[in-house]
Design a protein around this ligand. Sequence first.
Ligand SMILES: *[C@@H]1O[C@H](CO)[C@@H](O)[C@H](O)[C@H]1NC(C)=O
Ligand SMILES: *[C@@H]1O[C@H](CO)[C@@H](O)[C@H](O)[C@H]1NC(C)=O
Ligand SMILES: *[C@@H]1O[C@H](CO)[C@@H](O)[C@H](O)[C@H]1NC(C)=O
Ligand SMILES: *[C@@H]1O[C@H](CO)[C@@H](O)[C@H](O)[C@H]1NC(C)=O
Ligand SMILES: *[C@@H]1O[C@H](CO)[C@@H](O)[C@H](O)[C@H]1NC(C)=O
Ligand SMILES: *[C@@H]1O[C@H](CO)[C@@H](O)[C@H](O)[C@H]1NC(C)=O
Ligand SMILES: *[C@@H]1O[C@H](CO)[C@@H](O)[C@H](O)[C@H]1NC(C)=O
Ligand SMILES: *[C@@H]1O[C@H](CO)[C@@H](O)[C@H](O)[C@H]1NC(C)=O
Ligand SMILES: *[C@@H]1O[C@H](CO)[C@@H](O)[C@H](O)[C@H]1NC(C)=O
Ligand SMILES: *[C@@H]1O[C@H](CO)[C@@H](O)[C@H](O)[C@H]1NC(C)=O
Ligand SMILES: *[C@@H]1O[C@H](CO)[C@@H](O)[C@H](O)[C@H]1NC(C)=O
Length: 499
Amino acid sequence: MFSKRVLISLAAYAAAFPAPEPQVAGYTDANAPYADDAPTPVTNIASSFGPGSQIPYTVVTPAVAAPPRVSGAAGVLTGHTSHGPYEGTPTTIGAVQAPTTLGAQIPMLPPNPTATYYNKDGTLQEPAPVPYQPAGGLGTNGTEPRYMVNSDFDFESLSLGLYQEWIELDLFNNGLATFSEEDFLAAGLTGEDRALIAFMAQQETGHATLLTNMLGEAAPGQCTYNYPYSTVREFVDFNQKLTKWGECGVWGFINHLDSREAGQLLAQSIATETRQQMSFRQMLGQHPYPFWFSTGIPQSWAWTYLAPYISSCPENTTRLAWQNFPALTIVNQANPNRWNPNNTAPGEVVGQRVADPSNSTIPDEESCVNLNVTGYGCGPAISRNRTNPLSFPGKILNLKWEEPGLAVGPNNSYVTSTTAAQPAFVAWVSQLNLTYTPLTITGQNEGWTYQPAGEVYEGDPAVNGTMFVALTDTNMTFTAFNLSNINPHVRALGLYTAG
Ligand SMILES: *[C@@H]1O[C@H](CO)[C@@H](O)[C@H](O)[C@H]1NC(C)=O
Ligand SMILES: *[C@@H]1O[C@H](CO)[C@@H](O)[C@H](O)[C@H]1NC(C)=O
Ligand SMILES: *[C@@H]1O[C@H](CO)[C@@H](O)[C@H](O)[C@H]1NC(C)=O
Ligand SMILES: *[C@@H]1O[C@H](CO)[C@@H](O)[C@H](O)[C@H]1NC(C)=O
Ligand SMILES: *[C@@H]1O[C@H](CO)[C@@H](O)[C@H](O)[C@H]1NC(C)=O
Ligand SMILES: *[C@@H]1O[C@H](CO)[C@@H](O)[C@H](O)[C@H]1NC(C)=O
Ligand SMILES: *[C@@H]1O[C@H](CO)[C@@H](O)[C@H](O)[C@H]1NC(C)=O
Ligand SMILES: *[C@@H]1O[C@H](CO)[C@@H](O)[C@H](O)[C@H]1NC(C)=O
Ligand SMILES: *[C@@H]1O[C@H](CO)[C@@H](O)[C@H](O)[C@H]1NC(C)=O
Ligand SMILES: *[C@@H]1O[C@H](CO)[C@@H](O)[C@H](O)[C@H]1NC(C)=O
Ligand SMILES: *[C@@H]1O[C@H](CO)[C@@H](O)[C@H](O)[C@H]1NC(C)=O
């Protein structure tokens, strides 16, 4: 009844005032082919929903039975459901290592001598293998696809991806299982939103199955986890961070995989992961994707962000080869639950780990969660404008970082490490770009920098949304396809929410 009244009064408004002209600067001669009328008033809204008409149908059953899932088949979860920190003593320590390691850094080499193709006139340069198929491409010559990892690089990359899919499966279910319907409603999220989160958890069972199949019998299984949140907003904030590094961790390695076939299927799963990230941002009342390009990060970065939230894994779980970097904390990270993020107190997050969410239990008068004021409210929405941005270019950021040598990850059995010298720069990785700002050191493992300006292409600020920051000892150039070679220069890693 209430919504009907609103709609009718909007319609009356539209009838009284003609619709404004479309507003797209520079878009002239649009010649809209439709009548220049106000939207048709809504007068007769459906109120009964009984059966209407019967349409033709046939009875079908799937031609092939669906392959089983590794967890959650028939809606019943399997795997570990206990949570909390690990208190025991690990039986093994450190990342998996190859029998031999050949060097300390990847060399800087000139472009590959065969990478010379250039087409200046738009005509085909080589004989075509068949009609309508231009020469070139990988995996295009008829060899049967093999949807399996095809190198140690592939194996370790997809194993990392599988650790990520497993935590997502547990995490999305965990929020649904531990918060009540009222808790979700208080954060502005309805039963339909909870059903969407439940659907995302189901997607993860499929992703975990896919990666398990492409890895083979040594694929890692589900672990136990130690989550940072105690409210629905914090759960959602943690989810949007975790899915961000899950997504970007894959974009970072996917085009380096030896197995194009594995890359193909992985891309098709990560495309849905990006939508999960977007939906979680919307549930936080944030712009869903305030950037033009997603970014890619090295595997060791994704593992650094993920590992602190895995408390233990079953005996013999396949271990990973990636590095864990020391944690970098942005002390004055803006709290997205505030209508005035400038008022964020130092350390206004719920814990010490890099991706711990911002504190959501701030006083009501300082919170934007239940504020229905355009430009200030941050309840769930398709998109929101923020009159007071979370951050802006030039904002001074206070930083703290850990010493290496700390135990992290499953069973506290991995150890943070760095080979970097004294840090001097802050590397900002977002969109297509890596930008450096100078680091000013103010004390033992303490210093400051500022949010950089700069655009990817004109009009697209490079730093926006959830993105990645590293302390480095160098300001050498790295780009999307050679970023992982920065790792020997990384002193500590953090996560930043700009906007
Ligand atoms: C980790 O802890 C689990 C549970 O206590 C145990 O079964 C497993 O063997 C441990 N793994 C390592 C590497 O310590
Ligand atoms: C087909 O292409 C693959 C690379 O995609 C290559 O390794 C293989 O040698 C090619 N096979 C033939 C018969 O040309
Ligand atoms: C772990 O691996 C060892 C060595 O292969 C084996 O003896 C042991 O039974 C395995 N434990 C489990 C729980 O699978
Ligand atoms: C936040 O701080 C910036 C920089 O001092 C200032 O320009 C801006 O007006 C402040 N915003 C609010 C809402 O106080
Ligand atoms: C969050 O902020 C409130 C109000 O300032 C404070 O009472 C509470 O302890 C904080 N929560 C955490 C986990 O720090
Ligand atoms: C804001 O809007 C939500 C959703 O429409 C509603 O539940 C809530 O009561 C409103 N809050 C205020 C303060 O008007
Ligand atoms: C939202 O922000 C855009 C600029 O980013 C502005 O053009 C638009 O008018 C704003 N809309 C509202 C409803 O505040
Ligand atoms: C960002 O990346 C684009 C595309 O690679 C490049 O042209 C641009 O110069 C970079 N901008 C900055 C600020 O680094
Ligand atoms: C790297 O840093 C040095 C020292 O601060 C500076 O002189 C140089 O211009 C920087 N180079 C780049 C590419 O930013
Ligand atoms: C990374 O690639 C860029 C070209 O995109 C090149 O300029 C840069 O030197 C490379 N960096 C290293 C350390 O190899
Ligand atoms: C980040 O994106 C939002 C949404 O498009 C925009 O309002 C804001 O101005 C952007 N931030 C910067 C620093 O440009």
